[in-house]
Each structure stands twice: as structure tokens, then as C-alpha cells.
Design a protein around this ligand. Structure first.
Ligand code: TIU
Length: 232
């Protein structure tokens, strides 16, 4: 899909929290945050931080179902990857030297250099691999707008509304969603298509997002999005 193709402009409604979420496929992007091998598979960055990565793999089937349904509607898809330049000039010490991981960003691991563009660990897992024409953006920060062309790419495609999936809920998904909300995008996160290494953090992040009348955005299950898509 590119910005020149015609997408469905009818208004659809997702039964969401804290209240209904209206959207049009034409002005909405499905954003898939960092579903890359470094976070989902053993031996990558997520595991090097001491996390149980199997928790994250559990959302892959639901993400795949939504991705296929969204593609069938001709909707715009944006995949992000957390990734740095090989010289690490875009990885400040405030990020690289945090904590005591077994592998730091840039170190050589079982899936190549950790969180470095082009390495095997940075690739999106095969089940959610981008198709030609879908947007793929490498981002050096936790948020997808920081030091990337994401805002420009979405503006050029006429996008005003974002559907979020991916990992981890309270780190890159929530940061990206907060950045998006501040930039004026309407945002919905799909509850069963996002995960954290810490279940309590996922629950808290979703609760924060929809609290106070949707202070950052909406949340809904993927079944509710699929129902809306099939109603159109
Ligand atoms: N993509 C993303 O969320 N990056 C992280 O480092 N997440 C953690 O939870 N560590």
C-alpha cells in the first residue's frame, strides 16, 4: 500500500474503553512496535536483560490475525524496529550503559550485534514479516517519533488515527502512543496484541492509557477491532 492508493473512508466503530472508538481505514495506520527477534526469541536483547521472552511470543497469533485482516482491508501498515547505527553514534550512554545486562547494545550475541540495524536479531519475526510496500522504520529510541521520519510518513499518507500492537506495553508501545497522542493522533492499543515481560506492568499501562476519560487513548480487544472491520 502506498499513499496513492484508495482506502475505505467509511466510519467504523470499535467497542473500546473508556468509550467507543470511531475510525476510518483510509486515515488509520496499524502500527506494530518492535516485534523483532531481539525481544521475542531466546538469545536476544530481551533475554539478555534477564526476561522470560516466552511471555511475549504468546501474542503472535493474535497479532497475525489482526495484521491479515488489516491487510485484507487495504489499510496502511507501519512496522518499527528498535535499532541503532553500527557505529552506535545514535545510542547515548544513558541507554547503552543502563543496568547490568549479559549483552549490551552493540555487543555480539547469538543473533548478531544486539539492536544493531541489519543484524539477524533486529529482523521482525517471520510470522509478522513486512510485505513489500509496508513501511518499516528503525528507531533509536523507545518512542517511534524520536529521531525518525514517522510523523512525516504518516502525514504524507493522510493518517490521523493509529492502532497499536507490539512490545513491550509499558516501554516502546506506551512511549510511542504518548508521543503520538501529543502530536494529535487518535490512538487505540489492542490489549491482546501487546505484552510486557511484567504482566502487572502491562495491566497498569493499559489502565493508565484509558484512565481519566482516555488521557492517552483507547484500549480494546482484537475481537472488537475485527468485529468493526467485518461490519464495514
Ligand atoms: N521495544 C521495547 O519495548 N524495548 C525494550 O527495551 N523493552 C523492554 O521492556 N526492555
Amino acid at each position: 500500500m502506498n499513499s496513492g492508493e484508495v482506502r475505505d473512508a467509511r466510519t467504523l466503530v470499535v467497542e473500546a474503553q473508556p468509550f467507543d472508538f470511531p475510525f476510518e481505514v483510509a486515515s488509520t495506520a496499524l502500527v506494530i512496535i518492535d516485534m523483532q527477534r531481539d525481544f521475542i526469541e531466546p538469545g536476544g536483547f530481551g533475554a539478555s536483560l534477564g526476561n522470560d521472552v516466552s511471555l511475549l511470543a504468546a501474542i503472535v497469533p493474535a497479532c497475525r490475525t489482526v495484521l491479515q485482516a488489516w491487510r485484507a482491508q487495504g489499510g496502511l501498515v507501519l512496522h518499527t524496529r528498535e535499532a541503532h547505527r553500527p557505529d552506535l553514534r545514535d545510542c547515548p550512554p544513558a541507554k547503552r550503559l543502563r543496568g547490568n545486562p549479559s549483552l549490551r547494545i552493540g555487543d555480539a550475541g547469538p543473533m548478531g550485534r544486539v539492536l544493531v540495524s541489519g543484524e539477524p536479531g533486529v529482523q521482525i519475526i517471520p510470522a509478522l514479516a513486512p510485505l513489500p510496500g509496508e513501511i518499516v522504520v528503525d528507531k533509536p529510541g523507545k518512542g517511534m517519533f524520536h529521531a525518525t521520519p514517522v510523523d512525516l510518513l504518516l502525514q504524507q499518507a493522510g493518517i490521523r488515527t493509529l492502532l497499536f500492537m507490539g512490545v513491550t506495553t509499558e516501554v516502546c508501545v506506551q512511549t510511542s502512543m504518548r508521543e503520538a497522542n501529543d502530536r494529535g493522533y487518535e490512538c487505540l492499543v489492542l490489549e491482546d496484541c501487546t505484552e510486557s515481560y511484567f504482566p502487572a506492568f502491562k495491566a497498569a499501562a493499559l489502565a493508565m492509557i484509558r484512565a481519566q476519560g482516555g488521557i492517552v487513548g483507547w484500549t480494546a480487544g482484537s475481537a472488537e477491532l475485527l468485529a468493526a472491520l467485518h461490519s464495514g
